[in-house]
Design a protein around this ligand. Structure first.
Ligand SMILES: [Zn+2]
Length: 187
C-alpha cells in the first residue's frame, strides 16, 4: 500500500523515534509499505517519520547504477538492497567528508549540498530480529545518514550552509504554509 508522505511543516518530522523491541507482523507490513511508497516516489530512502510514524525504522534502496564512484566502479557491491533498518546506530564515521546535493521526499522541489562523512559503519536489527552491521560509502552512506537523521528529528535543510539556508528560506516557508493548509483540510 502506498502511504502519503508527510511534508515539511508537519510536526512529526521533528519527533525522535522510539526503539523497536519486537518485530511484529504490523512492523513488517509497514516496512513493505514504506518500500512501496519510496519506489512510487522514485526516492532512495524513507524514514518512519515521513509516513507519520515514530518507530526507529527506515528503508534505503540505491540501485546498482547509482552505487558507483566517478570512475563508474561499484561502491558497495556486497551490500544487498533494499536495506530495512530497525534501530540503526552509528558505530563509526570516517573523518573524510564529502559534499553532494541531496533531496528529500518531504521537501518537494528543494535540493542542496550537504556535507557528511564519506563512509560509515552502522549497526541495526533486521526484520528477523538479528543484529547486523554494515560498512557503506558513497550514495548508500549518504542515504543511510539522511534517513538516520530523520529518525532523530533532523532534516537535511538543517545541514545546509548558512548561505544556502538563506537562499532556500522563501521556498521552505511556502512549503510549511502548504503543509499546514493541507493538514487543516485533513488530507
Ligand atoms: Zn528525507
Amino acid at each position: 500500500m502506498i502511504l502519503s508522505v508527510c511534508t515539511y511543516g508537519d510536526p512529526v518530522l521533528r519527533e525522535k523515534s522510539e526503539p523497536i523491541d519486537v518485530i511484529s507482523d504490523e512492523l513488517r507490513a509497514l516496512a513493505r509499505d514504506m518500500l512501496e511508497t519510496m519506489y512510487a516516489e522514485n526516492g532512495v530512502g524513507l524514514a518512519a517519520q515521513q509516513v507519520g510514524k515514530t518507530m526507529s525504522l527506515c528503508v534505503v534502496d540505491v540501485p546498482p547504477d547509482a552505487d558507483v564512484d566517478e570512475e563508474g566502479l561499484r561502491e558497495n557491491p556486497d551490500v544487498a538492497m533494499p536495506l530495512i533498518l530497525c534501530n540503526p546506530k552509528l558505530v563509526k564515521a570516517s573523518e573524510v567528508t564529502c559534499s553532494r546535493e541531496e533531496g528529500c521526499l518531504s521537501f518537494p522541489g528543494v535540493y542542496g549540498n550537504v556535507i557528511r562523512p564519506a563512509r560509515v559503519t552502522v549497526s541495526f536489527m533486521d526484520l528477523d530480529g538479528k543484529v547486523q552491521e554494515i560498512d557503506v560509502q558513497g550514495l548508500v552512506a549518504r542515504a543511510v545518514q539522511h534517513e538516520m537523521d530523520h529518525l532523530a528529528g533532523v532534516v537535511f535543510v538543517d545541514r545546509f550552509s548558512h548561505v544556502k539556508k538563506l537562499a532556500s528560506s522563501g521556498k521552505l516557508k511556502r512549503l510549511v504554509r502548504d503543509t499546514k493548509e493541507r493538514m487543516a483540510q485533513g488530507s
